[in-house]
Design a protein around this ligand. Structure first.
Ligand code: SAH
Length: 242
């Protein structure tokens, strides 16, 4: 087919939840798209900016068995773009951070589909703001590590594992995404690696959303506290002394 007739895919960061934290570019693309394929974390208020006749497709929630496979998501984007539609692939936070961006852009490139990535406010930045802390401090935190608690290695052992212990002497702030379920694993590893049991831990659930919750604890108590307070995903966990 004539490529000039084909549509376009925008891979758009929806930010942490609060619609006011969308970029102007994100808002523009959301409000003009023919098809919006959105992650479960994307807030309904953001979807309400879509055209009234736009098609909105949820890609499903994790752990429910309804979630579309990555290849199926890629396929939907490609089919829609080939038929000349403007597609927005809406992702929580920033698409570059734990957003499987490479898998999607590679598939689009291979299929010769034009795309543009729109960055968004990542949940770590939003979590820091609502908790009233700075993620860096020139006196004691000159670096930040963004870490996933949920490793692809667990599903596919040929992929590299991540040794959480090695972050015990990281000279800065540790930020865990998807770290609720694996709290025991990473907190024990950090303690094993020699990190102080009194290191501050902040857990921010649903940052910027109406049901946001902020819990302050220490490394030794983190896992217990997560259970006691019934913390659920999505939550950002910040470990360090800034
Ligand atoms: N690309 C996203 C991250 C996707 S991974 C970003 O840049 O934020 C999904 C994880 O993001 C969740 O498990 C949680 O750790 C975090 N997250 C997303 N939205 C959040 C929110 N509103 N509050 C706290 N954590 C959030």
């Amino acid at each position: 087919m004539d490529e000039s007739q084909s549509g376009m895919v925008y891979l758009v960061g929806a930010g942490p939840g609060d619609p006011d934290l969308l970029t102007i570019k994100a808002l523009r693309y959301i409000s003009t798209a023919d098809l919006i394929l959105y992650d479960y974390l994307v807030d309904n208020r953001i979807l309400s900016f879509a055209r009234k006749d736009a098609e909105l497709v949820s890609l499903g929630e994790p752990y429910t068995g309804r979630k579309l496979k990555q290849v199926e998501v890629n396929e939907q984007m490609i089919i829609a773009a080939r038929s000349g539609r403007i597609v927005v692939r809406l992702k929580g936070g920033d698409p570059h951070i734990f957003g499987r961006l490479n898998e999607e852009t590679t598939a689009l490139s291979k299929a010769n589909i034009k795309y543009e990535v729109v960055p968004g406010i990542t949940s770590a930045a939003a979590a820091a703001q609502v908790a009233g802390i700075s993620l860096t401090d020139r006196r004691n935190a000159s670096a930040i590590a963004l870490i996933t608690g949920h490793l692809a290695h667990e599903h596919d052992p040929t992929l590299p594992a991540l040794d959480f212990k090695k972050f015990a002497d990281f000279q800065g702030t540790l930020i865990f995404y998807m770290g609720v379920v694996t709290a025991k694993l990473w907190s024990n590893a950090l303690l094993d690696g020699g990190m102080s049991k009194n290191t501050n831990v902040l857990i921010i659930q649903n940052a910027t959303l109406p049901d946001q919750k902020i819990i302050k604890t220490t490394l030794i108590n983190a896992e217990k506290k997560i259970k006691e307070e019934n913390v659920k995903s999505p939550a950002i966990i910040i470990v360090g002394n800034t």
